[in-house]
Ligand binder design. Structure first.
Ligand SMILES: [Zn+2]
Ligand SMILES: [Zn+2]
Ligand SMILES: [Zn+2]
Ligand SMILES: [Zn+2]
Ligand SMILES: [Zn+2]
Length: 244
């Protein structure tokens, strides 16, 4: 069986890939594979584009009929290319277990979703190569597995830390710490307010005392003045009364 990697390098598609044995006409004489991007030389012989261009670098004659080949008279056969694209092929991962068949043009699409495709583990630092089918099983045990907590707390979890990670508890702890902090600030503000209130009360008392002593002094003045005024008027009245 031809190595698929080798036939890729040499141009055409591996004959073994095709569900039905391809027509002899569709085989490139240079690579012995099924024509990939077929081109026709002036002598009417057909090859893979890559194969004939590589061949002409060494000698400018047709490998089939030895006639000289002019590079500018080589034409791509689009219709043939399309009908080759419609040919049914087996998955290149058939040996690994893939039983699917599809048209050649769908090969790339299939390889992107083929469960038997060999792919590297996507987690950084892991060197494992595994079938796409086994990726989930591997990820469950891969020591390089990393994922942010799905609750959105921002913690990057590994399998080891995931078991201990209790997002609800963690969020509650953070919330409680913040609340404690807020309560401490509120208490400090309250203490400050109480201190200010007591010093205001003290100042008020002092002002009250000052006012009181000022009033007492005013009263004393008034009393003194009244005493003097009343005394004189009394004596006047007395005088008036006595004169009447
Ligand atoms: Zn070829
Ligand atoms: Zn020829
Ligand atoms: Zn497949
Ligand atoms: Zn891994
Ligand atoms: Zn979390």
């Amino acid at each position: 069986m031809a190595d698929p990697e080798l036939s890729m390098q040499s141009g055409g598609y591996d004959v073994e890939l095709f569900v039905d044995a391809p027509d002899y006409d569709l085989i490139c004489t240079i690579c012995q594979g099924v024509l990939r991007c077929p081109v026709r030389a002036a002598c009417h012989h057909i090859f893979c584009k890559k194969c004939i261009l590589q061949w002409l670098k060494r000698q400018e004659t047709c490998p089939c009929c030895r006639k000289s080949v002019n590079t500018s008279l080589i034409f791509v056969m689009f219709k043939l290319s399309k009908s080759i694209g419609r040919m049914k092929i087996k998955c290149k991962n058939e040996i690994r277990g893939c039983a699917e068949t599809f048209s050649l043009s769908e090969q790339y699409c299939h390889s992107m979703s083929c469960l038997y495709e060999l792919i590297p583990c996507p987690y950084q630092g892991c060197r494992a190569q595994l079938l796409r089918r086994d990726l989930d099983t591997h990820a469950r045990n891969c020591e390089h597995w990393r994922q942010p907590c799905h609750m959105g707390c921002g913690t990057i979890l590994s399998h080891r830390t995931q078991a201990q990670h209790n997002c609800y508890k963690q969020l509650r702890q953070e919330y409680e710490a913040r609340q404690r902090n807020h309560r401490a600030i509120a208490a400090a503000l309250q203490r400050k307010m109480r201190r200010m209130q007591s010093s205001m009360a003290y100042i008020k008392r002092q002002i009250g005392l000052i006012c009181e002593s000022l009033e007492v002094m005013d009263d004393l003045h008034e009393v003194e003045e009244e005493d003097l005024g009343e005394g004189s008027s009394n004596s006047l009245n007395g005088n008036n009364n006595s004169s009447n």
